[in-house]
Design a protein around this ligand. Structure first.
Ligand SMILES: C[S@@+](CC[C@H](N)C(=O)[O-])C[C@H]1O[C@@H](n2cnc3c(N)ncnc32)[C@H](O)[C@@H]1O
Ligand SMILES: [Zn+2]
Ligand SMILES: [Zn+2]
Ligand SMILES: [Zn+2]
Ligand SMILES: [Zn+2]
Length: 376
């Protein structure tokens, strides 16, 4: 059945008017699965295939809205969980917020960047910025006693965007979460200065943009944004089945895709440390498998000149072993453009490799000027 036929099947036979259809129907229909997303009305995910090849999404794939913890994987026990005690809307920007205690920051450079950030943000917000400066230097000895520490811009045109310092780094992002005292946004969308919502909950609020999964001419399915995106904007998380290292290796060994299974497996290794006293961080990391269960970002293709990058994001510090994988834009992107990320994040010098063993390697079709020519 081609794309259009399957959609007609959904449109005419899967009736949502009287509530959600039975799970046998939704389980087998990708449109029903997307229709069931809680943000479907505001930020729909659509699927189109205009290539005429009649391809549909893989039958054994199912859309999910949260990662699935598989056997042997557990979130932290309630007694180990904690959150910040901040009640002031702005407090979760600063040093005193427990959620930010592990964030690295260079004080001097931070001041510089704050300056630059303030200068190119909305001029309407300037008087308020000046107030905050005074707050920063409130201890009277000329030294800041409150260093802005969190990863996002909090006001003006860039509110909610990742600061350039973080975009250029591989630092993890620590956000507030359900265990914190600070307030979540009241309108569930844009955080405004007025609603006393904590500004440090960008990934937690989830995807706020419509996406389209489309059939490319030469690389299978891909994903495009249907709205303009700004540099530093959060797109969505990478979801999947969270596997123990053992199960991930097992799936690699039985995969018919051989080495290519790795394109769907992301190691949650941002906090892995052989010397850690926490056995969950000292051992081999858990992995997130998006091949069979995932969100729309599982269909994002590789580019050697990508417009997205993946960041590790942590809510409760006790859950570092199951940290999130969050896609942010690294430049402005226009509505209709395909979203891409670097599958090896530029770390491996594949171009040099390629000169030696071309046989059996997969050509990269990203078409960027600095294409490394091979995916792996
Ligand atoms: C994670 S999937 C992305 C979605 C995929 N296009 C699909 O239809 O399911 C990765 C696969 O997409 C294809 N792919 C992604 N980026 C590519 C690129 N730059 N050049 C060639 N193939 C690419 C390769 O087949 C790769 O194994
Ligand atoms: Zn806080
Ligand atoms: Zn918090
Ligand atoms: Zn907070
Ligand atoms: Zn390329």
């Amino acid at each position: 059945m081609g794309d259009r036929d399957s959609y007609r099947e959904h449109f005419f036979n899967h009736n949502w008017k009287t509530g959600r259809p039975p799970s046998q129907v939704t389980d087998a229909c990708h449109w029903c699965q997307l229709r069931a997303f809680p943000t479907h009305k505001q930020y729909p995910v659509t699927i189109v295939n205009k290539t005429g090849d009649g391809a549909t999404l893989p039958k054994d794939f199912r859309f999910i809205t949260d990662s699935i913890l598989t056997q042997g994987v557990r979130a932290a026990e309630a007694s180990f969980r904690s959150g910040c005690a901040c009640t002031d809307a702005l407090a979760c920007r600063y040093d005193g917020c427990e959620c930010l205690s592990d964030m690295l920051w260079d004080e001097e450079e931070e001041e510089e960047e704050d300056e630059a950030d303030d200068n190119d943000s909305n001029s309407d917000s300037e008087p308020e910025v000046r107030d905050k400066r005074q707050l920063n230097y409130a201890n009277g000895n000329g030294k800041p006693n409150k260093r802005a520490k969190f990863a996002y811009h909090s006001q003006g045109a860039k509110a909610g965007l990742l600061r350039s310092r973080y975009l250029d780094s591989r630092e993890p992002i620590y956000e507030c979460h359900e265990g914190c005292a600070c307030a979540t946004s009241t309108d569930g969308d844009q955080m405004t200065d007025g609603d006393n919502a904590c500004v440090n909950r960008v990934v937690e609020r989830g995807r706020r943009i419509p996406l389209q999964i489309f059939r490319t001419e030469d690389r299978g399915w891909g994903v495009r944004t249907l709205v303009d995106l700004k540099k530093g904007q959060f797109v969505d998380r990478y979801l999947g089945e969270i596997l123990t290292a053992r199960e991930a290796n097992h799936r690699r060994s039985v995969s018919t895709m051989a080495r290519r299974k790795d394109v769907y497996l992301f190691a949650l290794d941002k906090f892995s440390d052989a010397d850690s006293l926490d056995s969950r961080l000292a051992g081999p990391p858990l992995e997130c498998d998006g091949e069979f269960r995932a969100g729309p970002t599982r269909f994002i293709n590789h580019s050697c000149s990508p417009n997205l990058r993946i960041f590790a994001r942590v809510g409760d510090h006790a859950d570092k072993h199951i940290h999130d994988l969050a896609f942010f834009t690294v430049r402005d992107i226009s509505a209709g453009d395909e979203l891409t990320f670097d599958y090896v994040d530029g770390i491996v010098n594949l171009a040099a490799d390629a000169r030696h063993h071309v046989e059996g390697m997969t050509p990269c079709l990203c078409k960027s000027a600095n294409c490394r020519k091979f995916l792996w």
